[in-house]
Design a protein around this ligand. Structure first.
Ligand code: ADP
Ligand code: MG
Length: 263
């Protein structure tokens, strides 16, 4: 059965996209078929995956269909999927035009389930579908939560007031569970940009474990400059710097995700 996870946190810059592309790469190198679905108009997952330059340009210029057309024009996702430089790692790309969807979706029938329906025909071709979301709790994120059969993974950056705002996210998750996707659970909470030297990181970790005793991943992702550099080379951390602390953490996190699924 295909596993579908959505990565969400309405705060920007907490490591959603980095987690999606890194975990996606590690799952793929372990032989799993992975589809990354970029539902963020900022299209960071799309630009992080090292697409062919010409393709990247035509996506930016709106000459190629993206997740926007899948949602608004019902273009079949099979026609939108792009391969990446990494075998078994495919992408449903995004582009800045998706920003308009947040408004256009409002008037549409069954507007919250469009992504779920769009993905349904291609799920069987993949072992994992990882959905990246924008930093908001609008209709794009609600669509991604509604499609997340195996749950939501929440990256939390180790910073002051890190858990502030998570109440709102949990509220949205509960609403989606009650009305749109009864299977929706918090599958995991992962600390990112952890700095062992600071008290703050330890405090955030303590708080995270208090609030999410079952869902907190044991693996924490350290602050690691290599993780920040990799996307500008169109590479994931797996090939850009396989021995970095960031790569080791995402390898361990991927293993933890795989191990937890057997429970
Ligand atoms: P989000 O998708 O939640 O907005 P990103 O994954 O894009 O967050 O991360 C925000 C920025 O921080 C990016 O520039 C990214 O490369 C960088 N980054 C992400 N995780 C780490 C980390 N563990 N250590 C250092 N930099 C990171
Ligand atoms: Mg992002």
């Amino acid at each position: 059965m295909t596993k579908v996870y959505t990565f969400a946190n309405q705060k920007g810059g907490v490591g959603k996209t980095t987690s999606v592309v890194s975990i996606g790469a590690f799952l793929a190198v372990q032989g799993r078929g992975v589809l990354v679905v970029d539902v963020d108009p900022q299209a960071n997952a799309t630009s992080s995956l090292g697409l062919d330059e010409q393709l990247a340009e035509s996506l930016k210029r709106g000459e190629k269909a993206t997740v926007y057309e899948a949602l608004i024009a019902r273009t079949p996702v099979a026609q939108i999927i792009q391969t990446t430089q990494r075998p078994r790692l495919h992408l449903v790309p995004s582009s800045p035009v998706l920003a308009g969807a947040e408004v256009e979706l409002v008037g549409m029938v069954a507007r919250e389930t469009l992504l779920r329906k769009a993905l349904a025909p291609i799920l069987k071709h993949y072992d994992y579908v990882l959905i990246d979301t924008p930093p908001s709790l609008g209709l794009l994120t609600v669509n991604a939560l509604t499609a997340a059969d195996d749950g939501v993974i929440i990256p939390v950056q180790c910073e002051y007031l890190a858990l502030e705002g998570l109440g709102q996210l949990i509220h949205t998750i509960n609403l989606v569970r009650d009305n749109l996707n009864s299977r929706l659970v918090v599958a995991g909470v992962v600390l990112t940009m952890y700095d062992t030297r600071t008290r703050l990181s330890q405090e955030v970790a303590g708080e995270e474990r208090r609030y999410f005793p079952k869902q907190a991943f044991k693996t924490v992702v350290p602050r690691n400059v290599r993780l920040g550099e990799a996307p500008s080379f169109g590479e994931t951390i797996l090939t850009y710097s396989p021995d970095s602390t960031g790569a080791l953490a995402y390898a361990a996190l991927t293993d933890e995700l795989l191990a937890g699924e057997g429970k």
